[in-house]
Design a protein. Sequence first.
Length: 132
Amino acid sequence: QNLKNLPIELNNLSEKSVELICLEWLRSPLSKEFQIKYQLLLYGGNYPNIDILGISINNKRIAAQVTTTDNQSTIRTKKKKLNNVKSDIKIIFSDSENIGNDNNISEISLNQVWNDLMKNGYEELLESLVRE
């Protein structure tokens, strides 16, 4: 299918692009207390259980895992691994509609990230990621 005709939708992003929009959301004021001022790790680094590692605007260490699945058992496994990471704030971004916070892990819906970015001046970014 021609990329120019793809609808600008979350499910038309690659997995790496989904990680990127989560990072952009964390960098923006949209993420409120989770906002990061800098990251400590590049994608695909030496941390298999973390996709994003950074320091928040409140000088807290943030570790985040991004998953494009809504499979609850996969999400539970990722949460267990994330729980073992040394970090002040732990976030899992997922496709799950069963969003809730547990074990000190904040769950954030990928749809929330997409919608926040879409409504707040990031349309060009999202469109170019879909077209990549």
